[in-house]
Design a protein around this ligand. Structure first.
Ligand SMILES: [Zn+2]
Length: 575
């Protein structure tokens, strides 16, 4: 489907976005070290920034002056420290009341699936207090949609409603008897379709389950629930696609919204999953038209296959400072709040603890494909059994190989045991936590889905640090909002939104540890050693904030606003 899909979008057109999709030639081929885009630094500063400058360096106080030349920080300290770097051509900026902070690093989010669903009605629990509200909203959308046209919805999350009700085929047929319906779960691990949609995707009761997905059934009949990407992607292939201009506009909007939260670099977590290998070329093309609001590091969707990526000119660390292909993404299990994460023990009131999306042999094969090609691996593991499954596969895949600096990762690592982090440390694999799980879903994990003992083992950031690891915090956007300071606050406070209670205070981390996980350690995890702190020799990527998180109470972090971001010292976002 990837080939067809890409081809379909790449038809002949003078639109530069079309040609980006059609050709791999626009992917810069500067393969090599991640930091190979440094420009030479000249003696005099282009820019001198004066004000409160929080360097993000542990223990470092605020400084008052930062000199920048060629996008790189060349001086930092007191005004007299940098005086010698100032010449007649130096532009001087005063930050006023704002605090200059290292730009935040979002190490795992989704540009493409979010782009696709952006215009769809919001069925989230944040805007729909009850399941009846969801049904009413979909009914209203269906009533306003001409017969035969698609009705969509995004961010539906049954785990946050009493009884965890699904939008089954039966319910959706009642809501929209004359329209095909496709609704995506907030976790992106489930879809919900009605009979008309099943017809259009040519999925019937006798259709076998695709690799890596399940068309759920009740009494042998399709019930309209699609579990995992293998079952969801055939429907994404038949829903109407945005035009190139719409896609471009939405991608820029998503990056601008992230920049408004102080973010200057992001890792896209499943590149190629929506429109195939052309996604990378499109990002380069967009950046060529006008510099992107954030830097993007891509994680190639492994299912596409390395040969297809190679044929498209997308190889490890190819690209440039703004768009670079870095990683290889594999998803081993589902969503814990959707009860499809893979656990050692059954879910509450159930007889099973979920399952993996693949056999151990399949996981090893797809990991080896990525490692052999030289990619950094990102392996999604949500349940505690999936975490063990991922660790065992890493142990096999890395055994006998020479040590390198690819910095393989375990994504979410949501429910784990202390020993898992010890094993990860031995393997040199670091976790990235979807920290908002605690804030948005902590209470339902504890009370409805897993019970208190297991819920306590959600996002064990302190245990990861204790094992000597360098964890990062991510949003998995649009699973949860891009808001690094809220993620960091949650890592410190571990407060659950539902009832304001604390989920296992022993996994709380210090302010400084939490901030490292959204700056320098997240940068390390995306191979951006030239970012994450403000230090001489690093890129001048920074955010202008309303307060200094390094010196303020974490209670107020989520209220800190961002007025401006800069990449290489040049404006990337302004409020
Ligand atoms: Zn993800």
């Amino acid at each position: 489907m990837y080939q067809n899909h890409t081809h379909e979008l790449a038809c002949c057109s003078p639109n530069p976005l079309h040609s980006a999709m059609a050709s791999h030639l626009s992917v810069p081929t500067s393969a090599g070290t991640p930091a190979n885009y440094f420009r030479p630094v000249t003696g005099r500063a282009d820019l001198l920034v004066l004000g409160r400058i929080a360097t993000g360096v542990p223990g470092a106080p605020e400084v008052e002056a930062m000199a920048i030349s060629g996008g790189v920080i060349t001086g930092l300290g007191s005004v007299s420290d940098v005086e010698g770097l100032v010449g007649p051509g130096t532009e001087i900026i005063k930050s006023g009341d704002g605090v200059i902070s290292p730009g935040f690093i979002e190490p795992h989010m989704h540009l493409w699936t979010t782009m696709l669903v952006e215009p769809w009605p919001d069925l989230s629990a944040l805007t729909n207090a009850t399941f009846d509200d969801v049904v009413a909203k979909l009914k209203a959308v269906a009533a306003a949609t001409p017969d035969g046209e698609w009705v969509h919805g995004k961010l539906f999350d049954p785990s946050l409603y009493e009884g965890e009700p699904d939008l089954t085929r039966k319910i959706l047929d009642q809501i929209a008897p004359n329209n095909p319906v496709f609704v995506l779960n907030a976790s992106m691990h489930f879809g919900y379709v009605n009979s008309k949609a099943l017809e259009l995707a040519k999925v019937s009761n006798s259709t076998p389950n695709p690799p890596g997905g399940t068309f759920e059934k009740e009494d042998g009949e399709l019930n309209g629930v699609l579990s995992e990407s293998g079952a969801i992607l055939p429907f994404l292939a038949v829903v109407p696609q945005p035009t190139q201009a719409e896609a471009a506009g939405t991608l820029i909007k998503i990056m601008t919204d992230a920049a408004a939260a102080g973010v200057t670099s992001m890792r896209e977590g499943a590149t190629g999953a929506v429109i195939g290998v052309g996604e990378v070329a499109l990002l380069h093309q967009l950046n060529g038209l006008k510099r992107l609001p954030t830097r993007i590091s891509t994680a190639q969707w492994a299912t596409v296959g390395n040969q297809a990526w190679k044929d498209a000119g997308v190889t490890p660390f190819s690209g440039d400072g703004m768009v670079r292909a870095d990683a290889w993404k594999i998803v081993t299990d589902g969503s814990n709040q959707g009860r499809s994460g893979y656990f050692l023990q059954p879910y509450l009131n159930e007889t099973t603890g979920g399952h993996t999306n693949m056999t151990p042999e399949e996981l090893r094969a797809i990991m080896n494909e990525g490692i052999d090609a030289g990619w950094q691996l990102m392996v999604h593991t949500n349940g505690d059994a999936a975490v063990e499954f991922g660790i065992a596969a890493y142990a096999d895949a890395l055994a006998g190989r020479e040590k390198n600096d690819l910095r393989h990762r375990l994504e979410h690592c949501s429910f784990a045991h202390e020993q898992d982090f010890v094993e990860l440390k031995k393997l040199g694999v670091s976790p990235s936590f979807l920290m908002n799980h605690v804030y948005y879903w902590g209470q339902v994990f504890r009370d409805n889905i897993l019970g208190p003992e297991r819920a306590n083992r959600l996002d064990m950031v302190a245990s990861a640090l204790k094992a000597g690891l360098r964890p990062s915090l991510h949003s998995d956007y649009n699973v949860s909002p891009i808001h690094p300071l809220l993620s960091a606050k949650t890592a410190v406070k571990r407060v659950m939104r539902g009832n304001g209670e604390v989920l296992n205070a022993s996994e709380s981390v210090s302010n400084e540890e939490a901030l490292k996980a959204i700056t320098v350690d997240a940068a390390w995890q995306i191979h951006a050693d030239d970012r994450g702190t403000l230090e001489v020799g690093k890129r001048a990527d920074y955010a202008v904030l309303s307060d200094n998180p390094w010196t303020s109470d974490s209670e107020g972090w989520d209220k800190i606003t961002c007025h401006e971001t800069r990449i290489d010292g040049e404006i990337a976002f302004q409020a």
